[in-house]
Ligand binder design. Sequence first.
Ligand SMILES: *Cc1c(COP(=O)(O)O)cnc(C)c1O
Length: 424
Amino acid sequence: MDHFTYKNGHLFAEDVALSEIAENVGTPFYAYSTATLTRHYNVFADALNELNALICFAVKANSNQAVIKTLANLGAGADVVSGGELMRALKAGIPAHKIVFSGVGKTDDEIQLALSSGIKQINVESEPELDRINLVATDMGTVANVTLRVNPDVDAKTHEKISTGKLENKFGIEWTRVGDVYQRATDMAGVNIRGLSMHIGSQLLDLQPFHDAYTRAADMVAELRNAGLSVEVLDIGGGLGIPYFEDNETEAPTPEAYAQVVRETLSDVGVELVLEPGRMIAGNSGILVSRVIYVKEGSTRTFLIADAGMNDLIRPTLYSAFHKIIPEKEPAQDAELIDVDVVGPICETGDTFAKGRKMAKVEAGDLLVMRTAGAYGAVQSNTYNTRALIPEVMVNGDKYVIVRERVCIDDIIALDRVPDWLDG
Ligand SMILES: *Cc1c(COP(=O)(O)O)cnc(C)c1O
């Protein structure tokens, strides 16, 4: 369920007409719905209610301060994967004791920042990283709270670029090594080992891999405890998939069904649970609004050339992702559907949002809306082809605010420096 609906023939975000935002802000832009974001967080939190779980929003899905702060006000923590994200989460008001730090390549500076900020835990992804954290913490005269990220060797059955839980992926410590490494961590002066973490992938539409991974996690906790080691925390990652499809709401598992898997596999383990949902919270809360520049009739197909490109939303070309695309003007019930390719202006064949998509006829100048763009959308945008970084707008009831300004072309070019030797 979301709050992007047609009213009087035009698409609204909550009580604001998208055409009005387009008029004032210019296209393309991202728009987020506060009510949708809030609803998704609450549905997820309610599903896990009695499980003693901390929900840490995966900031990499959408790191806008307004989004993080909306979630912080609802009680969310944050999962960050860089020093920059850690700074964003702190700045947006997430308390340090609700922040966990994941990622395979943490630098000394990032480890220092994490330790001086007093975050809840660092999820350690390799043995060399564990040694480094021990060293940095000892140098600082402090002790780092850590978990070991386990690579459980489970196939998440999702797109290869967002699978993280197989041995061939770079993430985590191979599960067969974890016992030894855990033991070693217990003896480190700069490390307080608190438990295990895992994250097997993103956009999972099948709950079985979660079931397999969490069962393995429960077994590992039992083994560690049998060996006399203390395990207090189990961080089970994010990854729950969401419906991007035409027939909305049918194919993705519900948060309640996911919570059932968590209960079945982990409710008797006696640990504090941490969850790291990203897409599930932010995905459906955002859209990308673009204007059709040209309708180009080819001999074999019709191209809708939009003013948004793959630099603004890279998911279709990076992950072969499907985004539902709808016109801002509500089509008549009986409108004829034609096959179109929706493409951007970038000089890359991969700059294609949809191929052979059935849509009601639109004209140059009309607005198009790409649904479910609130996660891994704006955060991955870039300035390829020297295009402006597009703005993000947040809607709340009948109000809206630009929550990230357009980064304009003059400012982008001004970052370049021309060496002296090139001047006359
Ligand atoms: C990306 C990521 C997440 C969030 O994944 P979603 O599919 O957006 O829920 C959680 N934890 C870690 C470690 C991640 O890298």
